[in-house]
Design a protein around this ligand. Structure first.
Ligand code: NDP
Length: 251
């Protein structure tokens, strides 16, 4: 693809973990070959990732934004379409946890998780979809969680946000499917990243007994699924919640 026809993808939460792996995969010139816009709050790791992508022959830009700030997020998404002339793919991946039992959970811990994980996905989708409609093509992926599918004690805020992302995905799929835009959720199981590395080793070992493939997931496991769901070939895949958890939860 020439520069003007290269698809542009925004990946939020690209500074580390799953988002970083998604960005590397989508930018790989031997794979999806997208121009990937790397978004998170901290610029340093994004600049390092941009350098790494460019060294491998890919294209990337850095977008420092707090996704929990709706005005800033809306402006950031618009600025990508303005600067790069198009916007084709949005991966709403940025997320946080503030775990605690529901009866002891503060309003603040509820609000910050809902704003960062769920409202941000809505705001970014609303902004991005307007640009995607112009190109009659769009791929929106919301990184949810198995917590949002089956619930998880200690994560009322997080599970509610992730379940909300799944409902959001199905609704956007219905509203925008006729415009060439698909929207799906991917629900990772237990993935080894900063988010999960504080869990005691014993808990991690015990968890593996409940995972059919007998290992924890890697960020690359999720990136591989995102690559397909955002591909041009995936135009008939919409409104789904794809669980990528090594067979930990099965419907
Ligand atoms: P990490 O904690 O490793 O990374 C989180 C990313 O989100 C960072 O890049 C962080 O960047 C960014 N982020 C957090 N808050 C904001 C904000 N307000 N504005 C912009 N960026 C923000 O998490 P993971 O990679 O593990 O998780 C990625 C996604 O996958 C999350 O949505 C998570 O809920 C989901 N997930 C993870 C699972 C796991 O087992 N790890 C399982 C299921 C789902 P920075 O701090 O630089 O802003």
């Amino acid at each position: 693809m020439s520069d003007s026809t290269q698809r542009v993808a925004i990946v939020t939460g690209a500074s580390r973990g799953i988002g970083r792996a998604i960005a590397l995969r989508l930018a790989d010139p031997n794979r999806a070959n997208r121009h990937v816009v790397l978004a998170s709050r901290t610029e340093g790791p994004l600049n390092d990732l941009k350098t790494q992508i460019e060294a491998a022959g890919g294209k990337a830009s850095v977008l420092a934004v707090d996704v929990a700030d709706p005005k800033a997020l809306q402006a950031a998404v618009d600025s990508v379409a303005d600067k790069l002339g198009r916007l084709d793919i949005l991966v709403n991946n940025a997320g946080i946890t503030k775990d605690g039992l529901a009866l002891r959970m503060s309003d603040e811990d509820w609000d910050v998780v809902l704003d960062t994980n769920l409202k941000s996905a809505f705001v970014a989708t609303r902004a991005a979809a307007r640009h995607m409609m112009r190109g009659k093509f769009g791929r929106i992926v919301n990184i949810a969680s198995t917590s949002g599918v089956v619930g998880n004690a200690g994560q009322a805020n997080y599970a509610a946000a992730k379940a909300g992302m799944i409902g959001l995905s199905k609704t956007i799929a219905k509203e925008l499917g006729g415009k060439g835009i698909t929207c799906n959720a991917i629900a990772p199981g237990f993935i080894t990243t900063d988010m999960t590395h504080n869990l005691p080793q014993q808990v991690k070992d015990d968890l593996q007994k409940f995972i059919a493939v007998r290992r924890l997931g890697t960020p690359e496991d999720i990136a591989a699924a995102v690559e397909y769901v955002t591909s041009d070939d995936a135009g008939f895949l919409s409104g789904q919640c794809i669980v990528v958890d090594g067979g930990m939860t099965m419907a």
